[in-house]
Design a binder for this molecule. Structure first.
Ligand SMILES: [Fe+2]
Length: 157
């Protein structure tokens, strides 16, 4: 059923598209972080294994919140791997993912890409589509990524 929340239908659709792309990015990054948790090797294995676990758990919660935000706007969230891969800004890592330095740099650049993409969309969501709720919501998501990016960056000397 259509959401009657004083936002034009066309604008709701545009915002739902932005959120679904964000959902796809979060899903790909969560999978890459799980890959890191499973396959990392090196002298700091245990600390990194636990650290990546905390990060994918946080991403997993964010995924649920983003998908449910799409539903709050009266649209359907994407829900298949094929759909996620079709719209994400990120690329998957299918190669061996065990070098801790390379893993951290890859994950860091993905978090930074998501931060930059949210920052770009924020102006449109606020000024063009007049959706203050989603603007506030994705600002919070951006701040979570900023913290996670800091945690990753602090590992790289
Ligand atoms: Fe595990």
């Amino acid at each position: 059923m259509k959401a009657n929340i004083d936002i034009k239908a066309n604008n709701l659709e545009k915002v739902a598209d932005i959120l679904n792309t964000l959902l796809a990015d979060e899903f790909v990054l969560c999978t890459k972080t799980r890959n890191a948790h499973w396959n990392v090797e090196g002298p700091h294995f245990y600390d990194l294994h636990k650290f990546f676990e905390l990060q994918y758990e946080e991403l997993d919660e964010m995924i649920d919140e983003v998908a449910e935000r799409v539903r709050k706007l009266g649209h359907f969230s994407l829900g298949s791997l094929k759909d996620f891969l079709a719209v994400t800004h990120l690329s998957e890592d299918s190669h061996r993912f065990s070098d801790s330095r390379k893993i951290i740099q890859t994950l860091l650049s993905d978090h930074e890409a998501i931060i930059c993409s949210i920052r770009q969309e924020l102006n449109k969501v606020t000024d063009t589509y007049k959706d203050a709720g989603t603007a506030d919501f994705i600002t919070g998501i951006m701040e979570q990524h900023e913290k996670m990016a800091w945690m990753l960056r602090a590992h790289v000397l």
